[in-house]
Design a binder for this molecule. Sequence first.
Ligand code: ATP
Ligand code: MG
Length: 394
Amino acid sequence: MNEKNIYIVRCGEVALKGMNKPYFERVLLERVRGVLNSYDDTESRWNDGLMIVKVPKDIEREEIIRKISKVFGVASVSPAVEAPKDIEAIGEATASFMMDLIQKEDIKTFKVKGKRADKTFPIQSPEIGRIVGAKVLKTCKVLSVDVYHPDCELYVDVRRECTYIFRDKIKGFGGLPLGTNGRGLVLMSGGIDSPVAAFMMAKRGMRIEAVHFHSYPYTSPRAQQKVEDLCAALAGYMGTIRMYVINLLPIQEEIVKNCPEDETTLLVRRFMMRIAEGIAVRNKDMMLITGEDLGQVASQTAEALVVTDSVVKMPVMRPLIAMDKVDIMDKAKEIGTYDISIQPYEDCCTVFLPKHPVTKPKLSKIEQSESVLDVESLVEDAVASAEVIDITPR
Ligand code: ATP
Ligand code: MG
């Protein structure tokens, strides 16, 4: 058997799940196995409340950590070593772990924190720390102990089967494992907001499909490519994303020809919602998701959202609704979609942008403007025209 590197994977909320915990743990384990399935000879299992992952040593630690920490439900990951439950052996393993570290990093002071998760182990937690710390000190002569501000803190965790020694806790995103909360359809523009909205719902366990509207030839194929790139970035967290692509131009032209100019954006938004619902119903998606944010633009005032919402029966999730734009931008940077979103390609919404869009629309007035259109068949045609693209992680 190949020599293996060990990783401790900790779950966040999954641990709080009471009666349903085994289900969430099983799904989380499947998701972690899923992101590692391209490597031979890996092992992942639950042991005593921790997920222990073993991967052949020749695979870069950074690569494994990057993959595992992108799995929703993972609170943190630590590269670790295993030792038997014998204080001498634990001391030696910890000292050798530290020797490796000081060869790579400038560490002068350290501290060992012992923990006896297995209460049958005869030595208590503080004592474990002291004994093991003394062994490290003796082996790594350049080091000294600093219990308040050490350069390096090592953890020694004595569990039922064995002892784990680790140092870094690399944070994951937390949340719940993908697939534990149904499936939703996100209305995905090329902007900053909707990819973040998709991410936030997926982080709560929801599988995601996407629908994108363009106005070709007014919008360029590059604009669609940008949305595909966004989906590919998101697919790194949630696996292949199915994207429905629809040309909204026939509907936009009808609106521009027949309805008041200042209502254009809102009327377009209402069509987007109806078409999205048509696709979602067909695919058994349970909810729609948008990147709307209260008051951000004219079409997202409270009044405008009421008007947009009223055309669909399906619940519409707006996970960004109460966030400030700067915080949404920070989130987009953190998840790696920001740089794609800011590429300057036109969205279909900007093609027929009114000079002075209504900001406090009245539903009855909007419905009246719309009554001259054959809404049903326009929506049906659009739904039927959807092109389907499966976007895989890159
Ligand atoms: P985003 O940054 O997500 O584009 P935005 O602040 O630009 O949002 P709008 O253009 O008003 O806001 O769009 C509001 C929401 O409508 C978007 O978050 C998205 O969910 C949806 N949407 C807008 N344009 C499109 C499009 N071309 N295709 C699919 N959905 C869209
Ligand atoms: Mg937009």
